[in-house]
Design a protein around this ligand. Structure first.
Ligand code: PEP
Length: 253
């Protein structure tokens, strides 16, 4: 059974007081959401605040938005997977399109990061997805398959240790989401590629999320699809009320 997930990606937003307020509001409203795993991925600087305010990861699991592939050393400005583990993280987002496109992260670097995260016992949330031009050129399936092949190359991963987020670049932060049929089609292809690259057990156990302008008014339609196991939520995760409402939809989807 794949437990659905609601993952909040705060990107580079919020300060300490805003985070404490979010957590108070979240905890006041979120009781009873047992059918989904809620995960919050704040900026690195706020992970300790979240750890102090919410002791138990069961109440709200933590993730980071990125990490480096080495454990320690002369890598100025970088943060390693063991450092994130110490701060109570269970998950690390790897290969978000903003990192691929703005910071120029390539597939080989993403592959090294995935290996480091798994080695440390954390669960990577690997983001894949095509640009608008690639979709218009009917290359979306090929692009995503290539990302999977390169990013997952040589990985030793057990069932349940990997999460994938299909995030079409043109849907992120634009207010335009993929249709539930298109998202289901791509996510089913991702699952079948996992079957080919690994095995049936891993493919069946891997949670595959949709991300890209998920809101309260489109979440139910997306979650009704058999292969969509939850959502990676950017803008709509910044307010506790809206994140909780989406998490409830995902829990009951
Ligand atoms: C994201 O940041 O991964 C994302 C999907 O953002 P948004 O929900 O704002 O489109």
């Amino acid at each position: 059974m794949r437990k659905p997930m609601a993952v909040a990606n705060w990107k580079m937003n919020k300060n300490g007081e805003e985070t404490r307020q979010f957590l108070r509001d979240y905890m006041a409203q979120a009781s009873g959401i047992t059918g989904a795993e809620a995960v919050i991925c704040p900026p690195f600087t706020l992970l300790a605040t979240v750890q102090q305010e919410i002791g138990s990861p069961a109440a709200l699991a933590r993730g980071a938005q990125n990490c480096f592939w080495e454990d320690k050393g002369a890598y100025t400005g970088e943060i390693s997977a063991p450092m994130l583990k110490e701060l109570g993280c269970s998950y690390v987002i790897i290969g978000h399109s903003e990192r691929r496109l703005i910071m120029g992260e390539n597939d080989e670097q993403i592959n090294r990061k995935l290996k480091a995260v798994l080695q440390c016992g954390l669960v990577p949330i690997l983001c894949v997805g095509e640009t608008l031009q690639q979709r218009e050129n009917k290359a979306a399936l090929t692009v995503v398959k290539n990302q999977l092949d390169k990013n997952l190359q040589g990985l030793h991963v057990q069932p349940g240790q990997l999460v994938i987020a299909y995030e079409p670049v043109w849907a992120i932060g634009t207010g335009v989401n993929a249709s539930s049929d298109d998202a289901q089609e791509m996510i089913a292809c991702i699952r079948s590629r996992l079957r080919e690259l690994f095995n049936d057990e891993l493919a069946s156990a891997t949670r595959i999320l949709y991300g890209g302008s998920v809101r309260e008014d489109n979440a139910a339609d997306l979650m009704a699809k058999p292969d969509i196991d939850g959502a990676l939520i950017g803008g709509a995760s910044l307010e506790a009320d809206s994140f909780v409402r989406i998490a409830r939809i995902i829990a009951h989807g």
